[in-house]
Design a protein around this ligand. Sequence first.
Ligand code: SF4
Length: 372
Amino acid sequence: MSGIYIHIPFCNRRCSYCDFYLITNLNVTDKYLDSLKKEITLYASHYGNIKFNTIFFGGGTPSVLSHKKFEEIINLLYDNFDLSKDSEISMEANPEDFREKNLNDYGKAGINRISFGVQSFIDHELKFLTRQHTASEAELIIKKAGESFDNINLDIIYSLPSQTLKDIEFSLSKAVELKVNHISAYTLTYEERTPLYKSLQKNLLVKNTENDEGDFYNFVSGKLRSEGYVHYEVSNFAKEGYQCIHNLKYWEYGGYIGFGPSSHSMIDGVRWNNFRDIIRYNNMLSEGILPVEEKSSLTSGQKKLEYIMLALRSRGVDFEKYYELFGNSFKTEYTCSVKELLKHGFAKNTERKFYLTDKGYSIADEIIAKYF
Ligand code: SF4
């Protein structure tokens, strides 16, 4: 089954490290939602026959919208697509948006998985990241969310300048204590065009070395595994049964349609993306034109590489699926790479799968570049 991604490109303010496509003018949300609805109905005529079982509201910060807006969009999606009744419906959210809003209302609107951009439980780290909530505020909201949702993710960012293992341990322990079933833990990245990157260029801060990052990564993975979380993608950890079904579609080569500016889609090996510009997006849809910037079909070589790359970063290459997709045996095609990776303890084999070990996970990108 396939997934639906909805991009909500609004935030109250841009964080210093963020380069997602978004705007901070919240006065245009209604106009945007009209365009979004148009885009959804235009696609329905093409893809009404595909079965879907996930909706993911990402951003930006979807929680800047009221629960009523979610209800409208979810209903529209159900009216226009073959969406299973028990679909996973996720929403990204920022703690500060729930100072006044009621989380329960979002549950009633159809959201059944909530992903909080918490990033840290240490106030000075939140300040450094220019986040708008405090640690105690996040804690309170997450506890409240636990009353309405059992499927909760926390995003955590680590490897901040001068951060210690003790600091990382503190935030992770707090997340575990709050009994959330999913944790996404990312290293801080310095994306060009962000204020954080500019500070780095001006030597106003010092980036951790690759060795430090490797140590932090191993620490985070070890800690979360020891707390009973399954490490099912390079940066993602979940209690058994709580893996994000939507994100697994990206990582396991499933189909997905993205709506909204900057969103990406892939159905049957055809990939396309929308313009990263809300004005253009609105204008095109007001004329009944799909706001697609680029569309391409992957060659079989590209498909293969992409499948392997995604699979190795998550739950591994599934031999049967590989054969189904490409008509060849993975083990025969990559005999040398497989042997080398097994020999060095970077990977393991089962009857059904070839997957990276923790040692391999920590250098997944290098392995993929070198061996495939
Ligand atoms: S809240 Fe999230 S999406 Fe918005 S600016 Fe910050 S990091 Fe980016």
